[in-house]
Design a protein around this ligand. Structure first.
Ligand code: ZN
Length: 141
C-alpha cells in the first residue's frame, strides 16, 4: 500500500452553505450553544463566513456576497436550501501538497492557491477527482 504523504493532513473544518449568515449562526450559537466567530468577508471568493469552534475542528458557515458567487450557484441548485458544501484539510505546505496530488492525477479548480479566511491560502480539489466531494486544502500561517 502506498503510504507516502497524507500523514500530515488533518481535518480543519466542514463548511455549510447558508443563505443568511446571521440567521444561521443564531441557531448554532443560541440553540446548540457553540461559540461563533465574527463574520469575515473573503472578497476573492465572493463570500462572507463565520466559524463555529468545535475543539480541533470547526464548522464554517458560508454565505454568498454576490449573485455570481459559487455559493449562490450552489444554493440555487438546491432550491435555495443550504447544506454541506465542502470539507477542508489543513496542510503544512500548500504548494508542495498541490504538486504531490497533481502528480497523482488530482485536478484543482484553480491553478494556483488563492487567499482564504484568516490570512490563509487555499485551493479546492475538483469534485471530479474525489468522487463528488469538494475538498479544500488550507495552509494557515
Ligand atoms: Zn472552507
Amino acid at each position: 500500500m502506498d503510504t507516502e504523504g497524507g500523514w500530515n493532513l488533518r481535518l480543519d473544518h466542514i463548511a455549510f452553505a447558508v443563505k443568511d449568515l446571521e440567521e444561521s449562526s443564531r441557531f448554532y450559537r443560541d440553540v446548540l450553544g457553540l461559540k461563533c466567530s465574527r463574520p469575515e468577508a473573503v472578497p476573492e471568493q465572493k463570500v462572507r463566513l463565520a466559524f463555529l469552534e468545535l475543539g480541533e475542528v470547526k464548522i464554517e458557515l458560508v454565505e454568498p456576497s454576490a449573485p455570481d458567487s459559487p455559493i449562490a450557484r450552489f444554493l440555487e441548485t438546491r432550491g435555495g436550501k443550504g447544506g454541506i458544501h465542502h470539507v477542508c484539510l489543513a496542510v503544512e505546505d500548500l504548494d508542495a501538497e498541490m504538486e504531490r496530488l497533481r502528480a497523482k492525477g488530482a485536478a484543482f479548480i484553480t491553478e494556483r492557491p488563492r487567499p482564504g479566511s484568516r490570512g490563509s491560502r487555499v485551493a479546492f480539489i475538483h469534485p471530479k477527482s474525489s468522487g463528488g466531494v469538494l475538498i479544500e486544502l488550507c495552509e494557515r500561517r
